[in-house]
Design a protein. Structure first.
Length: 293
């Protein structure tokens, strides 16, 4: 006769009897900010694609409770695996206590009913690393960097380009891995470059000037000037200036998502929320981040 597998409630994602010497939780809020901006600084399209990734090293069968920004209302359309939910808040206040999430999906461990009634996310986490939720936001995004391009054509064989880069976040924060890619015409024969910060290089094989800055604090401004020599061509077609694109990493969430609390309860084992070591990190990265010239 086949043995009947032991049913431990309905937790298919976590086994019984997990033990750790020290109980730790790591939470990463990872966001990719996408932007297309006009040369005059108007936002043409923008969204943030975010996810909350957790690594849990907790003993027993812990119940976790996780809370984000105060005001969110929710319209749930449950889906098989995790449930897709839209959160919309008509009473947005100027202080970022509220957030409008266009849609989000949760890991199957999340109890969706608690989220609707209390705006908190309750769950018994899988062991190790997993994606707790993923979401998309299109309103009230903080854009970490602004690019202001100035392009001047001097006759048919010369072009002057000036790019001003501004960081729009708290002065106490540091942006890293910054790279600005400025496209150059196909008939470029040479480029003279001056940049106030970082290193810039013309890459002929990529038809672009690549400007790299290791670190830049918030509320700063720097610039690059380029003199581009052009070969004379018979082409009647005007160069259709592709956008300037950017890569970066910043230590905050451009959507304004904030972790308000993260609590752990384990009724059977004798450890409490205070015994758990918790680490929360915010990482904002560039998705497709472009400014038209």
């Amino acid at each position: 006769m086949a043995s009947v597998p032991q049913v431990t409630g309905q937790i298919g994602w976590r086994r019984e009897g997990i033990k750790y010497r020290r109980n730790e939780l790591f939470l990463d809020v990872l966001e990719y900010v996408n932007l297309l901006m006009s040369p005059q600084g108007q936002v043409l399209s923008a969204h943030v694609a975010g996810k909350v990734v957790m690594k849990s090293y907790l003993s027993g069968m812990p119940e976790c409770k996780f809370g984000i920004n105060d005001k969110i209302t929710m319209d749930t359309k449950a889906t098989g695996k995790g449930g897709t939910s839209t959160i919309d808040d008509p009473t947005r206040s100027s202080g970022k206590t509220s957030i409008a999430i266009d849609d989000c999906q949760f890991h199957q461990c999340v109890k969706l009913s608690k989220f609707e009634s209390e705006h908190s996310i309750s769950f018994i986490p899988p062991d190790g690393e997993f994606e707790l939720m993923r979401y998309r936001i299109t309103k009230d995004i903080s854009f970490p960097f602004r690019i202001i391009p100035l392009v001047r054509e001097v006759g048919r064989t010369k072009m002057e380009v000036k790019v001003v880069l501004k960081s729009n976040f708290k002065p106490s924060l540091i942006g890293q891995k910054i790279e600005v890619r400025i496209p150059t015409p196909l008939n470029t024969s040479g480029v003279q470059l001056i940049c106030m910060k970082g290193k810039a290089k013309y890459k002929a094989s990529e038809n672009a000037i690549v400007w790299k800055i290791k670190r830049m604090a918030g509320m700063k401004e720097t610039q690059l000037s380029a003199e581009i020599e052009l070969l004379q061509t018979d082409a009647k077609k005007k160069w259709n200036r592709p956008p300037i694109s950017m890569n970066f990493e910043v230590p905050f969430a451009p959507s304004g998502l904030k972790v308000r609390y993260l609590k752990v309860f384990e009724p059977k084992l004798n450890y409490s929320d205070h015994d758990v070591i918790k680490w929360v990190r915010y990482i904002g990265r560039s998705g497709l981040y472009e400014t038209r010239c």
